[in-house]
Design a protein around this ligand. Structure first.
Ligand SMILES: [Zn+2]
Length: 495
């Protein structure tokens, strides 16, 4: 059956392709040049007379790899990789689409059962149905990829991946995560697991997981749980062998504090925080932090700078504390400013104890794709050893359960298969971004596009993912060596 290809004809440089199209269609976007038609206009294109479901991944750029003298990995295209759809049709998704970014723990709503707090309110519009099957596209798999087959096609990473940033929780979800990690070559994962779940997660992942101390985000008495309560937890985490503490300080923490009349509750340099940092440093722990959110959020959610400050202002207390606490700091999400590599270079040059992780898939795909390959590779080369791989994967048993809709986590996945796709999609986009020269739409819906420009985008749209073919020596550092060199010495006593 012929399946229409649809594409939104967008003017300007930021061209996107709509994700609600049928999953059987060929996404031959390189053949599709933009038209001069008005924005928002849909164009129906003649389908290709092929039954192939996907577009071949492009040949990995190996010239730089050869120059580095470390040998070429087989190009992805050499292995005949296709963006193949799953062999079995997926189950319909009956829930409403949400564009959750539940990766962030502190926000304005929370689920008392989960210990995770969610940010975005559920979206009201249902996910688009594909034209041929009526099956809804899933926000983690807009392109209908078979993520297990894709992992096999990508092959082993240049080095076993250490994921320094995740949130592994649950009794069953970690088993799904383990399968994903196996497939994508992730050998060790650092996780911000709730203290109460550490043992259960350790039972499933064994020595492949280490933990990062976090406060009890869902405790009723926020003042206690982010003060003395956090100190108690840090000691208990430390006894369990944990050597990293997370100090989360995104601007929306102001709302979290304001709800109890303590707007400075999560201020990075608030007096309680400083005491907690003293304790953690005395225990020999290093710090992870979350300083800023995407530029898109400052354009929309944080537009009122009198409440949240500007994005640059988020870094003022951070830079003071980098000097005050000379322990290593890992600033999550490319330090909070992947949009501006020059700013990050300034930050890294001013503070030798600063490291960055790459976590937050949607954000990184959207913003790192925009940098030229040369710029990103030059950045990674200059700061080799200080940029570490992180995913920000969040696992929860709620992802596996069908039904109930009052909790946003349900709507991100409703079955084991969907949970698998949710987790695997993160590693797929990161490895594709770093290792290949794929140039096509991301399989993960990015609602930030609609948040900033609702007339042009909907919640299922996604940005271009532009692979950067990072040379193998830099990949090795990013995936493994940087984290290994920094973190392994903290765990010597485990052997
Ligand atoms: Zn995170």
């Amino acid at each position: 059956m012929a399946i229409a290809q649809v594409r939104r004809a967008l003017g300007g440089a930021n061209r996107l392709h709509h994700g609600g199209a049928g999953r059987d269609e060929q996404v031959a976007r390189r053949d599709l040049e933009p038209t001069d038609g008005p924005r928002h206009q849909w164009q129906v294109l003649t389908p290709k007379p092929t039954r192939r479901p996907g577009k071949p991944l492009q040949r990995r750029r190996n010239d730089a790899a050869s120059r580095d003298g470390l040998g070429e990995r087989p190009a992805v295209a050499d292995q005949g990789v296709q963006l193949a759809r799953a062999e079995l049709p997926r189950q319909p998704i009956e829930h409403e689409l949400t564009a959750a970014h539940a990766d962030q723990p502190v926000v304005s709503q929370y689920d008392p059962r989960l210990g995770l707090v969610v940010y975005h309110p559920p979206m009201s519009s249902p996910p688009p149905k594909t034209a041929d099957t009526g099956i809804a596209a899933h926000p983690a798999n807009r392109l209908g990829l078979d993520y297990a087959a894709q992992a096999r096609c990508l092959g082993d990473p240049t080095a076993p991946i250490i994921d320094v940033h995740s949130h592994i929780n649950g009794q069953t979800a970690p088993e799904i995560y383990r399968r994903v990690a196996d497939l994508y070559g992730v050998s060790l994962t650092y996780s911000m697991t709730q203290l109460e779940e550490v043992e259960a997660v350790r039972e499933i992942l064994g020595r492949r997981v280490r933990f990062i101390a976090v406060p009890n985000y869902t405790g009723e008495d926020r003042k206690h749980h982010h003060g003395l309560g956090f100190e108690e937890r840090i000691r208990r985490f430390h006894e369990l062998g944990v050597r990293i503490v997370k100090f989360w300080a995104a601007p929306r923490g102001i709302d979290f504090g304001r709800e109890i009349g303590e707007p400075d509750l999560l201020r990075l340099d608030g007096s309680t925080r400083l005491k907690t940092m003293e304790l953690a440093a005395d225990l020999g722990m290093i710090f992870m932090t979350h300083i800023a959110d995407p530029d898109t959020w400052f354009a929309a959610k944080y537009a009122d700078a009198s409440v949240y400050g500007t994005k640059a202002q988020q870094y003022e207390p951070f830079e003071e504390l980098l000097d005050r606490f000379t322990v290593p700091w890992i600033a999550a999400h490319m330090g909070g400013w992947p949009e501006d590599l020059e700013f990050l270079s300034g930050l890294l040059s001013r503070h030798d104890n600063l490291y960055l992780d790459t976590s937050a898939a949607k954000w990184m795909v959207r913003e790192l794709s925009k940098h030229s390959r040369d710029d990103l590779v030059a950045f990674l080369r200059r700061w080799q050893g200080r940029i570490m791989f992180g995913s920000d994967i969040v696992t929860s048993d709620e992802h596996i359960k069908a039904g109930e809709k009052e909790n946003e986590l349900h709507t991100r996945a409703n079955s084991a298969d969907e949970a698998f796709d949710l987790y695997a999609s993160r590693y797929w986009v990161f490895r594709t971004l770093f290792e290949t020269d794929y140039d096509g739409e991301s399989p993960i819906a990015d609602p930030d596009l609609a948040m900033v420009d609702p007339d042009r985008y909907d919640e299922m749209d996604a940005p271009q993912l532009v692979g950067k073919s990072v040379p193998p020596d830099l990949l090795r550092s990013l995936y493994h060596d940087a984290a290994h060199d920094l973190l392994e010495p903290l765990h010597r006593d485990e052997c």
